[in-house]
Ligand binder design. Structure first.
Ligand code: 5GP
Ligand code: ZN
Length: 118
C-alpha cells in the first residue's frame, strides 16, 4: 500500500484495518454500510483499488463503474428495494460535499428520499 493509500480511510476499509459492516464483496468492489446513514439503507460501494473520485475511475478503469453499479443493484435487491426504488449517486468534489477522496457510490433507499441528498 502506498503512503497516500495508507492515509486513505476507504483503502483501510478494503485492507480490513478499519472496522466496517461489509454487505457484499467481489474481486474488484466492496460494499459496506455508511457510518452515518441518511436513509434506512445507506451503503457505500467502492473499488478495491484507490481512485480519488468517480471521474478518475471512468478515465482509468471504466468497467469498474459497471461493477459498482451491479453490486449496488444486488445489494438493493437483497435489501428489498427493487420494488420501492432506490438512489445511486456520486459526489465529486467540494461543492458536492465529497469528504472522502476514494471513489464511492452511495446507495440510498428504504423510504421516500425527496430531493437532493448529500
Ligand atoms: P461523501 O460526502 O464523500 O460523498 O461521503 C462520504 C461518506 O462516508 C459519508 O456518508 C460518511 O458518513 C461516510 N463515512 C465517513 N467515514 C466513514 C467510516 O469510517 N466508515 C464508514 N462506514 N463510513 C464512513
Ligand atoms: Zn483509497
Amino acid at each position: 500500500m502506498s503512503e497516500a493509500e495508507a492515509d486513505c480511510l476507504f483503502c483501510r476499509v478494503v485492507a480490513g484495518e478499519l472496522p466496517s459492516t461489509i454487505v457484499r464483496e467481489t474481486d474488484t468492489v466492496v460494499a459496506f454500510r455508511d457510518i452515518n446513514p441518511q436513509a434506512p439503507t445507506h451503503v457505500l460501494v467502492i473499488p478495491r483499488a484507490h481512485y480519488a473520485d468517480a471521474a478518475e475511475v471512468g478515465r482509468e478503469e471504466p468497467s469498474l463503474l459497471v461493477d459498482m453499479l451491479n453490486v449496488a443493484a444486488g445489494v438493493a435487491e437483497e435489501e428489498g428495494l427493487t420494488g420501492t426504488g432506490y438512489r445511486t449517486l456520486f459526489n465529486t468534489g467540494a461543492d458536492a460535499g465529497q469528504t472522502v477522496f476514494h471513489a464511492h457510490l452511495h446507495l440510498l433507499g428504504g423510504e421516500p428520499l425527496g430531493g437532493l441528498v448529500g
